[in-house]
Unconditional design. Structure first.
Lengths: 316, 246
């Protein structure tokens, strides 16, 4: 009987020791599990956050890219877009990483157009980002000939001291006049034949767009009134009124005047000039097609231009 | 049956030495057990304390990272919408700017008010909003917003747009776009990013977990603004006007 009792006591003691070990093991496992689970939770959350940030960034970049590139090149159907008209879709597609995008163009006041692009990801992400940019529409049609002649005007008066010549090949071209009435050449010095071309008024129809570019800060020297140039300069020069090249000045590039163009004695224009009124030349005009084209290209006259002051507007 | 009876009889005789040994070794066992338990308890306790410290530190780092993430997200979101002229002042602990909340495309003009097709984070609020009126020439004219009300009958709204009637003291003729903004300033004070709307108090946007030394840096205000959220660790540069500008 004592042996059985002893065995029972021993058994109870043995069970008690096993129970303590179990508790300690359970506590230790609980701590380890808690640490592991907490770490896993944080890792999973961090991964989700980074994926979310990555998806948001991809969306935003897709929208910004669509807004930035939608108008390159400028679709010809947008030439007729007027303020108040429904937005025109100019781009849509899916990026290589599965982000869908589309961009719409809407005409605002003046030469401004608004490009609004939106990028989306399908379910289950349901992401969305938008970007918007302000652009100036092209001031001239694509491939427009900015220098068909040395002078385009209603009429051209070449005074006694005037010289009209062509620059060197291949950019010289013919020293042509482009007038709507016959020129009064007087006793001016003319190198080569003068070709009289029809239609001098077409480029003047683009003057408002050119002036809008100048007003918006594009690389165009512009004036809403008369303009007198008294120092050497280069580029695209536009004025709603008269343009006068003072004596002794040298101008290279493209001149466009809504009114008269006056080139005083001693002044030199290298490039081309266009006037809605008369062109009165006492100085020298050297037709240089390349100079005129270079000036037009540098001013991006045939391309849409991001609004210099505020190209980006908040995208909502 | 025989086997059982034998076993019962011989059991105490066989077990007697073991019982004596167990009785004599119980003290040693107790000492060893106590020692082992103490060592084990110390180890487990130390491990527990260490793990608790690790958990607390990790949790603190996570909260700090979340705070930094919120601060960066808020400021990057604001700075993506602004042009250099929209940032009014930058100091080591504050950034004052006009924060854009929406834009409207004029679609009609009735008297001194503009009807616009509006998109934005929220509707315009005359109590706190102003407007930057972008003219056809791209110039901006600032006006206080007198009122903004719904006017669905004037223009047709596109998807995601609302037609609103915005009233100003005067409106130039050639308005191409209306940008709605509120004047505010962000501050890093008491280790938190705070926002102050107009003359109101600074409301915290994050927990007070930013490290001392956090603040704004700008070497060239026309180009970049840099938010240093944790000294020497996180350094985020946010270029102005990154709303899709090539």
């Amino acid at each position: 009987v004592s042996a059985v009792r002893h065995r029972r006591q021993e058994g109870r003691a043995g069970h008690a020791r096993q129970g303590g070990a179990l508790l300690l093991t359970l506590l230790l496992m609980f701590i380890i599990d808690a640490v592991v689970l907490t770490t896993m939770y944080f890792a999973i959350m961090e991964r989700r956050l980074s994926r979310n940030a990555d998806a948001a960034l991809r969306l935003r970049l897709a929208a910004q890219s669509a807004a930035s590139t939608a108008l390159s090149p400028w679709p010809s159907e947008l030439d007729a877009l007027v303020p108040g008209a429904a937005p025109v879709r100019v781009a849509d597609g899916i990026t290589h990483d599965g982000v869908g995008y589309e961009a719409h163009v809407e005409a605002l006041a003046g030469a401004l157009v608004l490009v609004r692009a939106e990028a989306r990801t399908p379910a289950p992400v349901h992401g969305r980002a938008a970007a918007a940019t302000l652009w100036l529409r092209p001031a001239l049609p694509h491939d427009y000939d900015v220098a068909p002649a040395a002078l385009s005007a209603l009429t051209v008066v070449l005074q006694d001291a005037a010289t009209l010549s062509a620059g060197g090949e291949p950019c010289g071209g013919a020293a042509a006049l482009r007038v709507t009435v016959e020129p009064a050449t007087g006793s001016a010095t003319v190198e080569g034949d003068i070709h009289v071309l029809d239609g001098a008024a077409d480029i003047i129809s683009f003057l408002p767009a050119l002036l809008a570019r100048a007003a918006a800060g594009a690389p165009v020297l512009g004036s809403a009134e008369d303009l007198t140039i008294t120092g050497d300069t280069a580029g695209v020069i536009v004025a709603a009124g008269n343009i006068t090249l003072a004596a002794g000045t040298a101008v290279r590039g493209l001149l466009i005047a809504g009114g008269d163009l006056v080139i005083e004695d001693g002044a030199t224009l290298t490039g081309a000039a266009h006037a809605g009124g008369a062109a009165r030349v006492a100085g020298a005009v050297v037709l240089d097609v390349c100079r005129a084209i270079d000036a037009a290209v540098a001013a991006a006259l045939a391309r849409p231009l991001p609004l210099p002051r505020r190209p980006a507007v908040p995208g909502f | 049956m025989v086997t059982v009876s034998l076993s019962c009889r011989t059991g105490p005789a066989v077990r007697a030495p073991a019982t004596e040994h167990a009785a004599g070794a119980s003290l040693l066992e107790l000492v060893v057990a106590i020692s082992l338990t103490a060592v084990l308890a110390a180890t487990v306790g130390g491990l527990l304390v260490t793990q608790l410290r690790v958990v607390a530190r990790v949790a603190e780092q996570v909260r700090t990272a979340e705070t930094v993430r919120i601060a960066i997200g808020v400021l990057q979101g604001e700075l993506r919408r602004v042009a250099p002229g929209d940032v009014r002042a930058v100091s080591a602990d504050s950034l004052a700017l006009r924060a854009f909340r929406g834009y409207g495309i004029p679609c009609a003009r009735v008297g001194g008010s503009l009807h616009v097709r509006y998109r934005g984070d929220r509707l315009p609020d005359a109590d706190k909003d102003s407007a930057l009126l972008v003219t056809a020439a791209g110039a901006g004219a600032l006006r206080l917003l007198a009122a903004g009300t719904a006017a669905h009958e004037q223009c047709a709204a596109g998807a995601g747009e609302r037609v609103l009637q915005l009233q100003f003291a005067d409106v130039p003729d050639d308005i191409a776009l209306v940008l709605i903004y509120e004047s505010g300033s962000y501050h890093i004070a008491s280790r938190a990013l705070r926002y102050r709307l107009g003359g109101a108090g600074r409301q915290p946007l994050t927990a007070e977990l930013l490290l001392s030394g956090s603040g704004f840096q700008t070497a060239d205000p026309d180009v970049r603004l840099r938010l240093v959220t944790v000294r020497g660790v996180l350094d985020v540069a946010a270029p102005f006007g990154m709303g899709g500008v090539p």
